[in-house]
Design a protein around this ligand. Structure first.
Ligand code: RRO
Length: 304
């Protein structure tokens, strides 16, 4: 690969290091065309489970200082219905990474297997949703659960398996090490930070679910710290996620150890062009600093 922006994550070839993060527009193929036209080199879908799920009542999103707090509650049509969307997404011409959740390793494996049969180029296991009971972070805060889930999924799929990790834990590196030892092909760091907002006039929590996940620039320093710590403990690629809104943020994540980045909240706050803006900015940075590829800057903030 000679193009400076191309990256390869566990065999997935990306034309630049940006992907659409899970949870933003990833429920149907149609709106994703504009995301790909705007420069996203891969798509991560909304998290999909075995059965359809309504999600929580409104309000499901509240704006915070420098970010959003969401408690959507995993709304999704279930894997059976979603296979048709995966097939349509294949026409987008970029890798399709299906985000998968379950309530047990067996369920994760069932959904992942169906997703791959429908054409997913990789699966990202949601071991980190901060506010839905009996799944997400409730499973993913425990390294043994992380390992069991990955091992089970790896027995049924022959595509790369990414583990999306939670920052809502004492030591995220224990989760990353468990993921690597169980055979994960990459880790995504991080999901949202458990948070809440209270309306001072009504004296009540704003979100119907009370608790949600904080995303956006507010969590970027937490995410950069997580990527930096994980890079010191594992060899598998790290996909950075959390508050990236421009090329400087993307470069910061790469210097900390991210091989690629995901952009979510900025798609809602800014223009879809955020992907091409980041790609262009990263390319200029590489040229200005005399680097030939993104690979050359991954983790260099660790140099002593
Ligand atoms: O659907 C959600 O409410 C949600 C999920 Br699955 C997740 O992984 N992270 C998040 O902040 N919200």
């Amino acid at each position: 690969m000679s193009e400076p922006l191309t990256v390869e994550i566990a065999g997935l070839k990306l034309s630049n290091p940006t992907m659409l993060a899970s949870g933003i527009l990833g429920l149907s193929a149609a709106p994703l065309e504009r995301i790909v036209e705007s420069g996203a080199a891969a798509i991560v879908t909304k998290s999909i489970g075995l059965k359809p799920r309504m999600g929580y009542a409104n309000p499901t999103v509240v704006q915070a200082e420098c970010g959003l707090i969401n408690a959507m509650g995993l709304p999704n049509p279930g894997i059976e219905m979603f296979t048709e969307e995966i097939r349509e997404m294949k026409h987008l011409g970029v890798p399709i990474i299906v985000s998968v959740y379950g309530y047990s390793p067996t369920e994760f494996a069932q959904v992942a297997s169906e997703a791959v049969k429908a054409g997913a180029d990789a699966v990202e296991l949601n071991l980190s949703c901060p506010h839905v009971e009996k799944t997400g972070a409730e499973i993913g805060q425990n390294p043994e659960n992380v390992a069991d889930t990955i091992r089970k999924v790896k027995t049924v799929v022959d595509k790369p398996v990414f583990a999306k990790l939670t920052p809502n834990t004492t030591d995220i590196t224990e989760l990353a090490v468990a993921a690597e030892e169980a055979g994960a092909d990459a880790v995504t760091a991080i999901n949202t930070v458990r948070a809440m907002a209270i309306d001072v006039e009504t004296a009540r929590p704003i979100l119907a679910n009370k608790f949600g996940g904080l995303s956006g620039p507010a969590i970027k320093p937490v995410a950069v710290r997580c990527v930096y710590e994980i890079y010191e403990k594992v060899k598998i690629p790290i996909i950075g996620c959390g508050g990236i809104t421009g090329w400087r943020d993307a470069v910061e994540f790469m210097l900390a150890g991210a091989a690629a980045v995901q952009v979510g909240t900025a798609v809602a706050f800014k223009d879809f062009q955020v992907f091409s803006e980041i790609a262009k900015g990263v390319k200029s940075y590489l040229e200005r600093k005399g680097f030939r590829s993104v690979r050359e800057i991954v983790g260099i903030a660790h140099r002593s």
